[in-house]
Ligand binder design. Structure first.
Ligand code: 0O2
Length: 270
């Protein structure tokens, strides 16, 4: 196939990957901005390399004209979660979205592969719109925990290194490591609520601090310098107390001060 044709074939897949990364990252941001725990920890995406597509075509005896039909992971998104429970939350979020339709799902979390591989796979249809019109594209979304991803990354590299001839002592080590991943994820799930609470408090605090700093910055254009310095000093003093409630109270008081200046500004304009 001509190189130009490869580019034409793969370009829509790059658009899908770019759009979905923006959407999943926005989902993370939305959760965090509203002080909620995000079930998504990290999102990555890629378009399959031509060399990997050629390899798969050879292995599965796929003709050029059947590439798009028979290869489901030309566009791939990987979603990394902290806890096993989050995987199922993300699966439900995807299933309930109107911009994606699930074509197929494989739960290698409840039923890990013989290799020890764990991950939840969804093949979804996603529409892209270009000058040529609307095109339905298949995307493989892999959802797994940080621990599962660690194992899969290492195992993938070893598979690549040894191809079909992985020494049995390495395979045994990997099987043992896969069992350790299951145990680690189980152990982490038992402290999930505590971890979620502490992460939420951190998010809420970061959000309040951002709002306070924003208000102080806006005050620079309306209040006098002496007052702003007084407010700043007060903020640093309160920040050291490490008490979210006190910070929140301070933020509300600051809003009232800012509101006062705004009303005064409107009066002066009239
Ligand atoms: P690569 O190099 O990651 O792209 P398919 O091959 O997709 O047509 P299959 O094998 O039934 O059909 O699909 P499955 O089982 O859902 O696997 C799809 C992808 O999951 C693989 O893509 C891997 O990325 C990953 N995967 C599956 N099994 C394993 C495993 O045992 N170890 C690791 N590390 N990853 C696995 P590719 O195209 O096979 O490989």
């Amino acid at each position: 196939m001509e190189i130009q044709l490869w580019r034409e074939l793969l370009e829509p897949y790059q658009l899908v990957v770019d759009e979905l990364m923006v959407k999943f990252r926005y989902l993370m941001k939305e959760h965090r901005a509203s002080g909620k725990y995000s079930p998504i920890e990290e999102v990555n995406g890629r378009v399959k390399k031509i060399s990997s597509i050629l390899e798969k075509m050879q292995k599965k005896k796929i003709k050029f004209e059947d590439i798009e039909n028979k290869i489901d992971d030309i566009a791939g998104i990987r979603i990394i979660c902290q806890f096993v429970e989050d995987i199922y939350t993300v699966v439900n979020i995807i299933k309930n979205r109107s911009d994606m339709t699930v074509k197929e799902e494989k739960d290698y979390v409840s039923n890990s592969k013989e290799s020890g591989y764990q991950s939840y796979h969804l093949i979804v249809y996603y529409d892209i719109i270009t000058l040529k019109g609307t095109k339905k594209i298949k995307v493989e979304i892999q959802i797994r925990t940080l621990a599962m991803n660690f194992w899969a990354t290492i195992e993938h590299s070893l598979q690549y290194k040894y191809r079909q001839n992985m020494p049995s002592y390495i395979r045994e080590r990997l099987t043992g490591a896969a069992a350790a991943v299951v145990a680690l994820d189980k152990e982490m799930s038992t402290v999930r609520n505590e971890i979620m609470d502490s992460q939420n408090i951190f998010q809420v605090k970061a959000q309040i601090v951002a709002e306070i700093l924003n208000t102080i910055q806006n005050l620079y254009s309306v209040a006098n310098k002496r007052e702003i310095i007084k407010i700043q000093d007060e903020f640093y003093k309160i920040y050291k107390l490490n008490d979210v409630d006190v910070l929140e109270k301070f933020s509300k008081e600051l809003d009232i001060i800012a509101e006062g200046y705004r009303a005064q500004g409107i009066e002066n304009d009239e």
